[in-house]
Design a protein around this ligand. Structure first.
Ligand SMILES: Nc1ncnc2c1ncn2[C@@H]1O[C@H](COP(=O)(O)OP(=O)(O)OP(=O)(O)O)[C@@H](O)[C@H]1O
Length: 320
């Protein structure tokens, strides 16, 4: 069942962090219920460490039902790790984190997840429809839903979600023979098949060509706003999703800033966040280009021709 419609709300101004920890977002944590106005994802003064290294700290973020939020930042800063924290796979070192009013990892099938891109061997015979059905079979994220035990109901749900993502025409073809964009739609259908209220996507547009990036971005925006699924999406380039987004969270070592894209992706805000001059340029066709954004400390030095702490040149897009 979809969550009750809640109008997407965003901060009036970008929210700089570190900010004082509050406990307001944890309301309802003990019941597991999601009151209409409560954020479906809430982080307060959150920090994460891998080994001895603190990736980020002091991160505050609220995501409401039906909001589309992008997680942006340089390579290696900890964007994917944020998703893993929300899944409960990586523990937070500090702070309060709630997903659907519960601790990360406790919301079961109410959270859908699409990991960073998998590629399928062209000779793979398994069909798209089977890939989608796999999303029902496993109980990776919780106890199977009642309808998931009923074969007819399963088939109907798989058909329905394939139609939702516009994949009906090729869902019975071997997945290895589908294009990258078609495969990605089928994988999104797999993540949606158990009707999650929160959808966590890790770079779903990676390695798609521009028309497919645009089409898949529009699909995710539609799922989010029409189906009232809260989407938290790691993105390398914000441009393909810019017009669909309600909010972005930009991560830097030591903190993050969240708010409307037009408020966060500015020279002033990113310069303040990174404590180094960062320039945001707008191209004639409306794309944003971030110049001078430092790499995350763990990023490979060759990727953008910069070592940790040094400035990169112009990035292909705002985000990483
Ligand atoms: N289990 C782990 N142990 C040690 N280091 C880790 C572990 N998991 C992630 N890291 C490191 O943490 C850093 C952040 O990784 P993460 O994948 O979250 O970055 P990212 O911002 O998503 O990067 P990219 O944009 O390149 O995908 C990287 O330097 C990575 O090597």
């Amino acid at each position: 069942m979809n969550p009750p419609p809640v109008s997407a709300s965003v901060d009036a101004a970008p929210k700089a962090v570190p900010a004082p920890a509050t406990t307001g977002a944890t309301t309802g944590a003990t019941t597991g219920a999601t009151p209409a106005a409560a954020p479906v994802v809430a982080l307060r003064a959150a920090a994460v460490r891998v080994g001895a290294r603190t990736l980020w700290s002091g991160v505050d973020l609220d995501v409401q039902a039906g909001e589309f939020v992008a997680v942006l930042g340089p390579n290696g800063v900890g964007k994917s790790t944020l998703v893993k924290v929300l899944l409960g796979v990586v523990p937070a070192a500090e702070g309060e984190i709630r997903v659907l009013g519960r601790k990360p990892g406790e919301a079961g099938s109410r959270v859908g997840y699409l990991p960073q891109r998998r590629s399928f061997d062209p000779s793979l015979r398994i069909r798209g429809v089977d890939i989608v059905r796999m999303g029902l079979d496993g109980d990776r994220w919780g106890i199977p839903l009642p309808w998931a035990r009923n074969r007819r109901a399963q088939q109907e749900r798989v058909r329905e979600v394939i139609e939702l993502v516009g994949a009906s025409a090729y869902a019975h073809r071997p997945i290895g023979q589908c294009s990258g964009g078609e495969q990605q739609r089928l994988l999104i259908a797999q993540a949606l098949v158990r009707k999650p209220e929160v959808l966590l996507l890790d770079e779903p547009l990676d390695s798609l060509d521009l028309p497919n990036q645009s089409a898949v971005a529009a699909l995710i925006g539609r799922i989010c706003h029409q189906e009232q699924v809260a989407v938290v999406m790691v993105a390398h380039d914000v441009n393909p999703i810019l017009h669909h987004l309600d909010r972005v969270v930009y991560i830097a070592e030591g903190g993050a800033v969240s708010g409307r894209p037009t408020e966060v992706i500015t020279s002033e805000t990113l310069t303040r966040l990174y404590r180094t001059p960062v320039e945001v340029l707008s191209t004639q066709d409306g794309r944003l280009v971030v110049v001078g954004q430092p790499e995350g400390a763990g990023a490979h030095s060759g990727v953008h021709g910069a070592r940790a702490g040094e400035h990169t040149g112009a990035h292909a897009g705002a985000g990483g």
